[in-house]
Design a protein around this ligand. Sequence first.
Ligand SMILES: C[S@@+](CC[C@H](N)C(=O)[O-])C[C@H]1O[C@@H](n2cnc3c(N)ncnc32)[C@H](O)[C@@H]1O
Length: 176
Amino acid sequence: MRSHPGGEEHTRRMLELAEPTPGASVLDLGAGAGEAVALLRSLGYAARGIDREPRGGNVETGDLLRTPFPDGSFDAVLSQCAFFVSGNQPDAIKEAARLLRPGGKLLLSDVFFEDPLPLLEKAGFRLLRREDLTAAWRDYYLEALWREDAPCCQIPRGKCSYWLLIAQKEEQHGSL
Ligand SMILES: C[S@@+](CC[C@H](N)C(=O)[O-])C[C@H]1O[C@@H](n2cnc3c(N)ncnc32)[C@H](O)[C@@H]1O
């Protein structure tokens, strides 16, 4: 079973919206089995992925909240359905900001229990696009419950939304 709502279709949608420059360096945080890393490489991007429990050969072991990469190492950071699972979504967003060069883009799809905009702005991002995937998220989890194979994350309780977000790291940000 795919391990985020929308599968490859939503990964492609994020790329379509963000338009990373050809050959851009992209890091997938919480890359899981590495499907997005494989897709990105097939499209010509210099992609790497890290996960605390990699499930594929093209994913390195690492904690997305404390990655070993220097500041500003990547043109783009992608993450699908992993920041919430990490248990510290605000710090995950901050780490993504640290990893991006100024002007770099965050391609994020995730569960939110609050408005994502303040979280992004606090970390030094400007929101470029947002699409509400809550309906797809609901279908995804109903399917997972039906099959009894909800993958690698706890089912969140309460009213939540699921957003596809494209944000750009500000050229200057006081707290970074
Ligand atoms: C729902 S899965 C999504 C996997 C992949 N992004 C995808 O869409 O197929 C969430 C992933 O986040 C990873 N993850 C959660 N917390 C993490 C952390 N602190 N550091 C690295 N990976 C983490 C899990 O191991 C899991 O592979």
